[in-house]
Write a protein that binds this ligand. Structure first.
Ligand SMILES: Cc1ncc(COP(=O)(O)O)c(C=O)c1O
Length: 396
């Protein structure tokens, strides 16, 4: 018998239903090649300026062998995990143990490792909507069932009543992302403490902890000198999940970590499962040069003033033009209500003016769109009259 078609795992069909439309949209040639003179590209948190020399120099140092085993297989190398633990202790005043640090290829793999280590078939994992695009996919792929809970639609804070109602006997974990992509909201300390009480009580009822997966991708991108309260300080059953992708504005260099806080009861028991999840996810450890460079890389921050200047240019300019804009407290992102209900149609109108944004229907916010202030200064300035023309066009 001649076999004429490839065999594809049925699992892919399930994942396609969830993330397929987004991946298809993001792979469209016109979306992928939205660059060139005159184009203002606000779609993703990608760099549009050259990386700073201090970053390049750190990578060169990390790539230069100093011993025969420089490029040997790497796991959670002691020197690197020690640097992370010391950095976290300094920042949050919590004495993290280097043995509780698990180096990752960014928060995609950090979230996946945690989900694989502590949740499974029959479990539910709560996430807040609008979410980062891939939560549902990662939850499903780990074998659990995603439970979607909308954020408060006015303040974009957590809706604690809705979370309390969604947490049940099968809840194994909740994913919290602050500062939040896409809304830019930093959840206040009181909200986090109230959430911690809800989770602790439900965990006691269930006879097993409900883990909080704290996706802190943007915790160093906070505006107006605001305080950033990490959920990990308020709730002991938390995983601190961090990626350098945003701080370095280099998402193509996959690098981050998961840290289990010293307050987690019995945290030693999680070391084996987390390590195993890293191996089983396909040797999900960062490449050797990044591990060698971590001392330098951990100290490099982003030019926050520049990002804030762009936010402060765009938010009032778009409001003056009649757009409904949410001013972010952190992250790269500004969410804007589309002046017509069909955000995909407004995307097309903006493309007609050489401006590319992310339509809200791809991140559970139909009727909105998202801008990333990682667009260059020039793109931001050029886009202002283009936004004015686009809103005038749909209003006429
Ligand atoms: C909230 C959030 N979590 C996780 C990620 C994934 O991070 P990384 O690309 O470093 O894996 C992103 C990236 O956009 C994000 O915005």
């Amino acid at each position: 018998m001649t076999i004429e078609r490839p065999y594809v795992s049925p699992r892919m069909g399930v994942l396609f239903d969830v993330i397929g439309p987004f991946v298809t949209w993001a792979s469209r040639p016109d979306v992928r090649s939205a660059s060139g003179p005159g184009i203002a590209n606000f779609m993703f948190g990608n760099p549009h300026d050259l990386a700073p020399q201090v970053y390049v120099d750190a990578l060169i140092r990390g790539s230069t062998p100093t011993s025969a085993d420089h490029f040997a297989y790497k796991m959670n190398e002691t020197e690197a995990t020690g640097i992370v633990a010391a950095s976290l202790a300094e920042r949050f005043g919590l004495p993290f143990d280097a043995e509780d640090v698990f180096l990752t290829n960014g928060n995609f793999s950090g979230l996946s490792i945690c989900l694989h280590a502590v949740t499974g078939s029959g479990d539910e994992v709560v996430y807040v909507s609008p979410p980062w695009f891939f939560y549902e996919t990662l939850i499903l792929e780990s074998g659990s069932t995603p439970v979607r809970v909308p954020a408060d639609q006015e303040s974009w804070d957590l809706d604690l009543d809705a979370i309390a109602a969604a947490v049940g006997p099968r809840t194994a974990a909740i994913i919290i992302n602050s500062p939040n992509n896409p809304t830019g909201r930093i959840y206040p300390r009181e909200t986090i403490e109230a959430l911690a009480r809800i989770l602790a009580e439900a965990g006691e009822r269930n006879g097993r902890p409900i883990y909080l997966l704290s996706d802190e991708a943007y915790n160093r991108i906070v505006y107006d000198g605001r305080e950033y309260p990490t959920p990990v300080a308020s709730y002991p059953w938390s995983f601190y999940i961090y990626t350098y992708a945003k701080t370095h504005l280099a998402p193509g260099l996959r690098f981050g970590y998961v840290a289990v806080p010293p307050t987690m009861p019995g945290r030693e028991d999680l070391r084996g499962p987390l390590l195993l999840a890293q191996v089983a996810r396909g040797w999900a450890f960062p490449v050797a040069p990044l591990q060698h460079a971590i001392g330098d890389l951990d100290r490099i921050g982003i030019d926050l003033d520049r990002l804030q200047r762009r936010r402060d240019l765009l938010v009032p300019a778009l409001r003056d033009q009649g757009y409904d804009v949410v001013e972010p407290e952190g992250t790269f992102y500004v969410i804007v209500r589309s002046p017509i209900p069909d955000d995909q149609a407004f995307f097309d109108v903006l493309v007609g003016h050489d401006v590319y944004v992310l339509p809200g229907s791809v991140f559970e916010m139909p009727g909105w769109f998202r801008l990333s202030v990682t667009a260059s200064d020039d793109m931001c300035e050029r886009s202002v009259p283009a936004f004015a023309k686009a809103i005038a066009e749909v209003r006429s």
